[in-house]
Design a protein. Structure first.
Length: 502
């Protein structure tokens, strides 16, 4: 009898050692909802000694909120029902956590004496599940956003083209000319909406060109602050060096940062934007001559608390109730893709200063005024244009006004046939403009492969309203001589023409 008792005690001791070594909650609660046993994990997790649980009511340990949430489940298990549930549980240091709990009734001779609890902390698992679900949703949104951006940019390109044509017919001193210019500016700024949409779609590699930062900073900041209580003030150095960058993406950086400043100053105030040349930079920004541009944005808003400073660039982190947490993440991503750097300094209730450095192009002369010659410069030659109907009509009319002889096509197979026809003549095409995506037909990527097989020296430009495709950012690898993003102005078009028709 004594040996049996010793064996039983040894077995119980082993079971306790095993239970205390497991990273799970194991307990027994009687029919009066008092703890009779808890394992070591309870002590580790709650910071309460194991013996202090014994005899205590569940409500006394976990509080009214948790008890009210679980009371119905306790009644179910005490009526003989086996349960598996997920619920929140408060951790003294880490706040709200999530556990998966199995509640198993303890029956003897048909009577329920209590129940066993076996539970695991599943907070990290739930977090990963939510992240996966969010990623899947973002992928779906990305597909939709990419399509919307493509269509929207096509419409904007058509509108801009027709505005450019209308400006030719209207004298500069006419009020209508000014209205057309304002409409043109609004369309250009509207592309920022599509750039925001493309944030949610895959890719996002910059489609770079030489740009005038001076004009871009002013126009983007004024557009973003329009209608707010805040006013932008500018200090842009004369002769600011040029940079090679994606105009839409850099504009989005300025937009996001100005909007952040506006939101931090609900009663209004001034936002200061400065840009200057940095003859030598200590950063490794990739520029050949180590020259860079410094952009600074300063506000006197609510500022950022120190405890949040290391999180401000994290995806989905936001201190705003209605914020998405993507604004600064997007800014950081864009700046890094341009081999730049960004730094934030902030004091609570004093304001925030954001400093951005971007590599300057290795040139000896400062940037000149941009290509605003409009229709004045005349070209010549034959251009084959493949694009959607509305865009193609507007583009063809502009190219005609510039002096070109135009041959429009609707899709790739037709384009290849037309190119072959003229290639056999003594006067082949000087330029081919291909849209990346054409409804119901072969798009630019497939078409250029076939055209190169016919004529390895083909002079072709790719264009699209969906700029996240690698063909747009690495166009030369695919056989194109130039690239143009939709929506584009006549100045953008001329810039591309000048770069490929040499």
């Amino acid at each position: 009898m004594k040996r049996a008792q010793e064996a039983l005690e040894a077995s119980e001791h082993q079971l306790r050692l095993i239970a205390d070594g497991l990273p799970v909650f194991i307990s027994y609660i009687n029919s009066e909802l008092h703890y009779e046993y808890v394992n070591k994990y309870y002590e580790t997790w709650f910071g309460i000694k194991m013996e202090d649980f014994t005899g205590k009511h569940v409500k006394e340990i976990h509080g009214n909120k948790m008890f009210s949430m679980m009371e119905k489940n306790f009644h179910k298990v005490l009526n003989g029902e086996k349960l598996e549930i997920e619920h929140s549980l408060y951790h003294p240091e880490h706040g709200e956590r999530y556990v998966n709990a199995k509640l198993i009734p303890h029956k003897t001779n048909g009577n329920i004496l209590g129940f066993y609890v076996l539970a695991m902390d599943i907070t990290e698992r739930k977090k990963h599940e939510e992240e996966l679900l969010h990623t899947q949703k973002m992928d779906s949104i990305g597909i939709l956003a990419g399509g919307l951006a493509h269509d929207f940019n096509n419409y904007l390109t058509s509108i801009l083209g027709n505005i450019a044509l209308a400006k030719i017919e209207v004298p500069r001193d006419n009020d209508a000319y000014k209205k057309l210019e304002n409409s043109e500016k609004a369309c250009i700024q509207a592309q920022n909406i599509t750039q925001q949409l493309l944030t949610f779609s895959k890719g996002g590699e910059p489609v770079k060109q030489i740009i005038d930062l001076s004009e871009l900073i002013v126009e983007s900041a004024e557009f973003s602050s329009r209608g707010s209580k805040c006013k932008c003030k500018f200090d842009i150095q004369d002769g600011l060096w040029q940079i090679e960058a994606d105009k839409g993406q850099i504009s989005q950086v300025i937009n996001n940062l100005v909007i952040n400043s506006i939101q931090s100053m609900p009663d209004g105030g001034f936002i200061y934007l400065a840009a200057k040349n940095q003859p030598s930079s200590n950063g490794t920004n990739g520029s050949v001559n180590n020259k860079s541009i410094l952009i600074e944005i300063l506000d006197s808003g609510t500022g950022i608390q120190d405890k949040y400073m290391n999180k401000v660039f994290d995806p989905y982190f936001t201190t705003k109730q209605a914020g998405s947490g993507l604004g600064l993440t997007t800014v950081y991503s864009i700046i890094k893709k341009h081999q730049g750097n960004i730094e934030i300094k902030s004091l609570v209730q004093r304001g925030t200063k954001i400093s951005i450095t971007l590599p300057a192009v290795n040139i000896s002369e400062p940037i000149q005024t941009n290509h605003k010659k409009g229709m004045n410069k005349k070209y010549s030659g034959k251009v084959l244009v493949m694009d959607d109907d509305d865009v193609r009509d507007a583009l063809c009319n502009i190219l005609k006004k510039l002096g070109f002889e135009i041959y429009p096509t609707a899709e790739g197979a037709e384009t290849v046939r037309e190119y072959k026809k003229l290639l056999k003549s003594s006067s082949p095409y000087d330029l081919v403009v291909l849209d990346l995506t054409v409804p119901g037909g072969m798009g630019g990527k497939e078409t250029i492969d076939k055209l190169i097989s016919i004529d390895p020296n083909i002079n072709a430009v790719i264009c699209s309203g969906y700029s996240n495709d690698p063909v747009m950012s690495e166009y030369k690898k695919f056989g194109f001589k130039g690239v143009i993003k939709k929506p584009y102005t006549i100045e953008d078009l001329r810039f591309t023409l000048d770069s490929v028709l040499v």
